[in-house]
Ligand binder design. Structure first.
Ligand code: AP5
Length: 239
């Protein structure tokens, strides 16, 4: 299920829209959850929304399920519409973290136009800040094949790198952990091929726009989190 803000601590700064870019397994979901808790803005993961639709058996979920299991992208129009709906919800007013979106140039250009329209309508949209999390292929493969998720609270574990206290059981919910069906090596290879062909150009799109930073995603989770926080803070000074 897609994540909403639970932490009710007062948040004074306005983080605005943050895009987390990076290859499959680079740590986008892990970092998005930490930013959400720290800054009180929602994580909007297109992958999580699609998986939830699949779980519920909606028409969107049925269409997306096969493509996801093959490591292919879901159509731009479907995903753009899904994101537009989510961004119209009131909890996005102070900002949000887009995790796994945009991942084609067509999605990025659509998002640029949509945010421009919102800004023109005086909806107070700050410019996007984009963070690319860089991780090498061997480490990505280890992270993907070791990943396990809690189906109740969506916490992310890793049997090699971040195991739960009790084998295969969520520390918080006590629920048995599950592996994603697309986290097998053959599908990972296809996801990487698709990433290089369709999503790597999105990184260049945002690099060219400025308000862009790359962080070393092979560092420990807390260090990556600190690097992202510091980069976003600095990039916001440019606004
Ligand atoms: P999606 O769910 O977005 O998958 P993804 O982009 O491939 O990314 P992942 O969720 O696999 O990895 P992540 O970067 O979030 O890493 P995580 O934090 O979990 O998309 C799935 C599918 O949905 C797509 O293939 C496509 O079909 C469809 N889809 C989604 N969005 C779409 C769109 N916009 N357009 C079209 N189709 C779309 O971390 C991975 C592991 O590493 C975990 O086990 C974690 O514990 C561990 N880890 C994380 N950080 C660290 C660290 N610093 N040190 C050690 N371990 C770490």
């Amino acid at each position: 299920m897609e994540s909403r803000v639970r932490n009710s601590a007062p948040k004074t700064e306005v983080p605005g829209p943050i895009l987390l870019l990076g290859a499959p397994g680079s740590g986008k979901g892990t970092q998005a959850k930490l930013i959400m808790e720290a800054w009180g803005v929602p994580q909007i993961s297109t992958g999580d929304i699609l998986r939830e639709n699949k779980r519920l058996g909606t028409p969107l979920g049925l269409r997306a399920g096969l493509l996801m299991s093959q490591g292919q992208l879901v159509g731009d129009d479907l995903v753009n519409e899904m994101v537009a709906g989510r961004l119209s919800e009131p909890d996005t007013v102070r900002g949000y973290i887009l995790d796994g979106y945009p991942r084609t140039l067509a999605q990025a250009e659509w998002l640029d136009r949509m945010l421009k329209t919102r800004a023109n309508q005086s909806l107070g949209t700050l410019p996007v800040v984009a963070v690319n999390i860089r991780v090498g292929y061997t480490e990505l493969l280890r992270r993907i094949t070791g990943r396990r998720n809690c189906p109740t609270c969506q916490r992310i574990y890793n049997v090699y790198l971040n195991p739960p206290r009790v084998d295969m059981v969520c520390d918080v919910e006590g629920t048995p952990l599950v592996a994603r069906p697309d986290d097998v090596e053959a599908v990972f290879e296809e996801r990487m091929r698709v990433y290089e062909a369709l999503t790597a150009p999105v990184v260049e799109h945002y690099r060219a726009q400025g308000r862009f930073v790359e962080v070393d995603g092979e560092r420990p989770v807390d260090e990556v989190k600190a690097a992202i926080a510091s980069a976003v803070f600095k990039l916001r000074q440019l606004v």
